[in-house]
Design a protein around this ligand. Structure first.
Ligand SMILES: Cc1ncc(COP(=O)(O)O)c(C=O)c1O
Length: 459
């Protein structure tokens, strides 16, 4: 593999020819009317033009499949042991097993391979906090194409380091991804790098669509496919492939309650800026869906559902425990929708759920698992008033031990109590086997003690 050029070395003048119609060389004009919500000017991206959105075709996806077949894993799509528990034949499409941990490699590989030869020497630029940056960096290295990624200050250090290890020029710039994007587009214009939008460039959509082709080959009699939605690139490409090969297949998109931008776009009839707040599914936190993605996907998606954060945490926990799979929040939202009971029509059906990414920080995984345990009724908090005489707390801990409940945390206080001064208030965090076990515990405590407060979940 040849050594990556330095940023200065690739700062050659822009090629103005742009032979490929899906991949025109970006225009140069800053369009002051295009505001990204940060108050900063955004440079118009001709590949993602709201005035001329591109609806990709099935042929584009087929061409992408041929082109990327040697660079991408055909990820397994196998029946899950959760099928019996959930009353449906569930198949997981395990895209988190791609080399950099997500489906984003499909689009990145195809977009890079479609660059005109002179642009392959100059290189590309993208703004991303995660999976798109990893995918582009890795495939840039494989194909010997210089890649610059602009990552926001909040980008996880692990991902920043991984991009660097793939030889990308990594620039940390911007408080959030919108600010990184403004910077990346400006730099792309100055240096002649093509800007590759990770969820809306037409080649990205076509590349992501190859996941849909594989699903039909792997589970030909599939009834429904459940796909997480961020900027909409994955669902656009995959739905196009799936509906072309099997028109009866149901396409279900899933978003987090904290970034429901595709559902908002469907209501408005066009991409609209939507409020986004911090979510476990950070890969889906895109305030405005892509214009090409929207126009391609809008008539192919049969249903959109919005899931609660606690079910995303629960889905991650179930995947760790039952599937032995580490899946990030964005990748687990499809299963979250099923666990939350939002897709009752799929009972008894053959359903493919895309587990599209596995890049979750180990520390975040620990926290999410705790939340999943809380959502599952297995991690419980309660406050109880017990006797402050010798043996009062011992009696409580004996009751817990006799029931097989394990104490995670215990804290007691006296000063703020209003009741009898020979009482003490004890706050406990305990672990039970399952929801039924925690209900048994609650009943036993209420039977023995007068003051028991069962604390609600945090979410
Ligand atoms: C793991 C994962 N799943 C799903 C998505 C959503 O893909 P899209 O933005 O194409 O809708 C992303 C986007 O980054 C992702 O990282």
């Amino acid at each position: 593999m040849s050594k990556r050029r330095s940023e200065a070395a690739v700062a050659t003048p822009r090629n103005k020819k742009g032979k490929d119609e899906l991949n025109p060389i970006p225009g140069n004009g800053i369009n002051p009317s295009m505001c990204n919500g940060t108050g900063k000017e955004e440079i118009k991206d001709p590949s993602c033009d709201p005035e001329n959105p591109v609806k990709i075709t099935f042929q584009d996806v087929s061409a992408a499949a041929y082109k990327i077949k040697d660079g991408i894993h055909r990820s397994p799509c196998i029946k899950s042991r959760m099928s019996a528990m959930l009353d449906m034949d569930i198949y997981f499409k395990k895209e988190f097993l791609q080399f950099t941990g997500s489906f984003k490699e499909r689009g990145a590989r195809y977009a890079l391979s479609q660059l005109p030869n002179d642009q392959k020497k100059i290189g590309v630029i993208a703004a991303s906090a995660g999976n798109h940056a990893l995918a582009l960096s890795y495939h840039g290295q494989c194909l010997d194409i210089p890649v610059t990624v602009v990552m926001p200050l909040i980008a996880p250090m692990m991902k920043v380091q991984a991009c660097r290890s793939y030889g990308a020029n990594v620039i940390i710039q911007g408080n959030d991804i919108s600010e990184s994007k403004v910077y990346a587009q400006k730099m792309g214009k100055e240096k002649g790098y093509i800007y590759i939008n990770g969820y809306d460039h037409p080649h990205i959509l076509a590349g992501q669509g190859t996941m849909g082709l594989e699903i039909i080959e792997q589970v030909p009699d599939v009834d429904a496919v459940v796909i997480p939605v961020g900027g909409g690139g994955l669902i656009a490409g995959a739905a196009l492939a799936l509906k072309n090969l099997k028109p009866s297949v149901q396409i279900i998109g899933v978003e987090s309650e904290r970034c429901a931008s595709f559902s908002e776009a469907l209501k408005a009839g066009k991409p609209v800026r939507t409020d986004v707040s911090s979510t476990i599914a950070d890969g889906l936190a895109v305030p405005t869906v892509g214009v090409n993605a929207f126009v391609t996907a809008k008539d192919l998606v049969d249903k959109m559902v919005i899931v609660k954060e606690e079910y995303i945490a629960l889905a991650i926990l179930r995947l760790v425990e039952l599937e032995k799979a580490i899946v990030e929040g964005a990748g687990a939202t499809g299963l979250a929708a099923i666990l939350e009971g939002m897709l009752p029509e799929l009972t008894g059906k053959k359903v493919v759920v895309a587990l599209c990414g596995g890049n979750i920080d180990t520390t975040a995984l620990g926290r999410v698992i705790e939340r999943g345990l809380a959502a599952d009724g297995r991690l419980i908090r309660f406050v109880i008033t017990v006797s402050d005489r010798p043996g009062g707390i011992a009696e409580l801990t004996k009751l817990l031990a006799d029931m097989g409940v394990s104490i995670k945390d215990i804290f007691h206080e006296r000063a703020w109590l209003k009741s009898d001064i020979f009482s003490v208030q004890v706050k406990c965090v305990v672990e039970a086997r399952d929801k039924a076990h925690s209900e048994e515990l609650e009943a036993a405590l209420r039977k023995r003690y007068n003051q028991v407060a069962w604390l609600p979940k945090y979410f």
